[in-house]
Design a protein around this ligand. Structure first.
Ligand SMILES: [Zn+2]
Length: 379
């Protein structure tokens, strides 16, 4: 931490308004190590996604004109390369499209999902949970366009998940030892994250899930070690628990995933945007973040700061689906009531555990693509 103080200060200036010191530390470490990118996976991922972008955007742009709520002749003044008509995409999933505010707010919905998109905004709402996007939602030729990257790593990822299994969960209580994280009102982030993490562990174990903790005591650990412990123990997902810090009127929860390749993070960051190992799981990362954020908002009544993207030190090079939960503000007048009281804090732990279990249930209940006899759905 001391060695890269100068880098830390410049990042601090950017991040201080919103993020806790954990986010700053992580970003600093990322800058330190970010130049040495992993080799094998990124090339494959990038090549694949570029190909998908090229093929899908062409076909959907052609098919696009008729299906927008307000059909118009095609006259693309805005660049539509790498974008898809989101109404056409929605139709594939049986979603109806309607303007809730003409040419401003589009609503796509079917029986299970509602997506709200605002023209010009860089976020979506999926079932009332805010999800950061990599690119702004655009309008061109009467069509509402969402980048193919955002379709793949947000909309499709969350509403049409891929089959997966969760047997072992890695829980990472942020900070520890000589790194207290954010401090406020005589409390340290490292202590609260450990208390929450231990409760999450118990709740998951009670449901038969194996849990690996990166630390169970107040000890110093560097950021790289944490996902390594998860990998060594064959964890299927990695969940890092942190708290935010800012002024007393800043309150709410947010969940970070690493930023998809080539895209800017939700709050601007410096350094390379090249693909990293964490991008292999872009879709699962978003799905896991969504399920945890949804529980935190619905069950603990946290203000919804959204699922966000940032190349954090414990996320960008992590082998399995990974998220960093900012479970409220240690400095927030509302959030302190949740964080400093044991009964209220247990609700946070329960929401994180329920989010993980909800993700597990979702990915494990996805039907295998080739539909044979129904063997997967039996208890
Ligand atoms: Zn932190």
């Amino acid at each position: 931490m001391k060695k890269n103080l100068l880098t830390g200060i410049s990042l601090l200036l950017v991040a201080a308004a919103l993020c806790c010191s954990c986010t700053v530390n992580a970003a600093t470490t990322k800058t330190q190590t970010g130049t040495a990118r992993p080799v094998s996976i990124p090339k494959k991922t990038t090549a694949k996604s570029t190909k998908t972008q090229a093929s899908t955007s062409k076909s959907t742009t052609q098919a696009a004109t008729k299906s927008t709520p307000q059909a118009q002749p095609k006259a693309a003044a805005v660049s539509t390369s790498g974008y898809q008509n989101v109404v056409t995409w929605g139709k594939k999933h049986g979603m109806r499209a309607a303007w809730t505010q003409k040419n401003k707010t589009l609503r796509l919905s079917n029986d299970s999902t509602t997506i709200v998109l605002n023209i010009g905004a860089r976020h979506a709402s999926i079932n009332n949970i805010k999800i950061a996007l990599c690119q702004n939602v655009k309008m061109s030729g009467g069509n509402v366009l969402v980048s193919t990257q955002d379709i793949n790593t947000a909309l499709e990822a969350i509403t049409n998940p891929r089959k997966n299994a969760v047997r072992i969960v890695a829980i990472d209580p942020g900070h520890g030892g000589s790194q207290p994280g954010a401090k406020h009102s005589g409390k340290a982030e490292k202590d609260i994250t450990l208390l929450i993490a231990k409760e999450v562990r118990t709740l998951l174990q009670n449901k038969g899930v194996k849990v690996v903790m990166t630390r169970t005591t107040d000890r110093t650990m560097d950021l790289k070690t944490r996902p390594q412990i998860a990998a060594q123990n064959h964890a299927d997902i990695f969940v890092s628990i942190h708290l935010n810090a800012a002024s007393a009127d800043a309150n709410g929860a947010e969940v970070f995933t690493t930023t998809p390749a080539g895209a800017q993070s939700t709050t601007p960051d410096s350094g390379s945007t090249a693909a990293t190992r964490g991008n292999k799981n872009d879709a699962a990362n978003a799905l896991l973040a969504y399920h945890i954020q949804r529980q935190l908002v619905q069950k603990v009544q946290f203000s919804d700061r959204g699922v966000k993207r940032k190349r954090l030190g414990v996320l960008y090079d992590t082998a399995m689906p990974a998220v960093l939960v900012e479970a409220g503000f240690i400095s927030g007048s509302k959030d302190q009531k949740k964080l400093f009281n044991a009964t209220e804090r247990s609700k946070i732990a329960k929401a994180i555990a329920e989010g993980i279990l909800s993700y597990k249930k979702t990915v494990e209940s996805v039907k295998p693509t080739p539909t044979k006899s129904n063997t997967a759905g039996k208890p």
